[in-house]
Design a binder for this molecule. Structure first.
Ligand code: MLT
Ligand code: MN
Ligand code: ZN
Length: 304
């Protein structure tokens, strides 16, 4: 059975964000809203509950692994359930956790695109740094939509999809997008044929993306902001969600509209700390419920 474990359901900064007193962050701290804490975006995938593929390595990975004891099988003095790591992009909230895996016993198997590898050996040279610790064995994800397997992750295969989003602010090519800066991944249980589409940073949908999304059993997609100008209206920044490579949920062409004709399980993940859907009693959250859309939580388990 295909199992997805949500390690972190928040966008960059987590929830509440350490330096933020926006309505939702303050509301969490003073308990005026009923929300729960969320760590930064990451999932783990397994079919045997022992060998896990970590997808995205969050800066909160230490806390996430302490909280999710199923990722420590304890077979030897130094052990981990993390068999390999895959990255969707080179964003800080998806890659800095690699530094915390430096004590790995052997070279860490790492799956990412050429563009992500470029960023992680230049603007943020974490892979060069790790050579002085465990080192990584890089397996290039070709952006050709071919299914591939990962040794040790039994009965699961993966198919990458190039999506519209953005390279991180630190990237040498932030303003010069390349295919493979960001991918989404379809995950398939080869025994049951069940599929999940995971895309925490989806800036917009192309026809090919829609086609693939229409064909899966479960969607876990970008839930960063409710409105495109949310950072502005919450008074915390000037950037539009679209400028950061994220598609907002509400309004014309928003994620709710994109999801409305699909009848699979739909889950939003990578929720920004400004998003009103963090409040389970909000009208925005009710709107999601009315559309059959769930909001991921840390520790959530999806079995297909
Ligand atoms: C994003 O998803 O846009 C980034 O995580 C933002 C960040 O790293 O601060
Ligand atoms: Mn992010
Ligand atoms: Zn906030």
């Amino acid at each position: 059975m295909l199992k997805i474990l949500v390690l972190g359901s928040a966008a960059g900064g987590g929830y509440p964000q350490w330096n933020c007193n926006c309505e939702t962050c303050r509301g969490r701290r003073d308990n005026s809203i009923n929300s729960i804490d969320r760590t930064q975006s990451s999932i783990a995938v397994s079919s045997d509950n022992i060998n896990w593929l970590l997808i995205n390595a969050s800066p909160d990975i230490g806390q996430q692994l302490r909280d999710r004891k199923e990722l420590q099988p304890g077979r030897s003095l130094r052990d981990t359930g993390i068999t390999a790591v895959m990255l969707m992009d080179s964003q800080i909230d998806h890659t800095t956790g690699l530094l915390s895996l430096r004590e790995h016993n052997t070279r860490l198997p790492l799956y990412c695109t050429q563009m992500v590898h470029n960023d992680l050996t230049s603007g943020f040279p974490v892979l060069n740094m790790l050579e002085h610790y465990c080192g990584v064995d890089w397996h290039k994800i070709d952006i050709d939509e071919q299914w591939f397997a990962i040794p040790g992750i039994e009965n699961i295969e993966f198919r990458p999809l190039v999506i519209d989003s953005k390279a991180p602010p630190y990237s040498p090519h932030r303003t010069d997008p390349h295919p493979g800066d960001n991918i989404a991944i379809t995950i398939r249980d080869t025994q049951t044929g069940k599929t999940v589409f995971y895309s925490p940073g989806l800036g917009g949908l192309q026809d090919r993306t829609r086609q693939i999304m229409a064909d899966v059993d479960c969607l876990m997609v970008d839930g960063t902001t409710w409105t495109n100008d949310e950072m502005q209206t919450r008074g915390v920044g000037n950037k539009l969600a679209s400028e950061m490579g994220h598609l907002q949920q509400s309004g014309d062409g928003g994620m709710i509209e994109e999801l409305s004709n699909l009848d699979c399980r739909k889950i939003l993940i990578h929720i920004n700390n400004t998003n009103p859907i963090l409040d389970p009693d909000s009208v925005e959250r009710t709107t999601l419920k009315d559309h059959g859309i769930e909001v991921a939580e840390d520790g959530m388990q999806i079995e297909l």
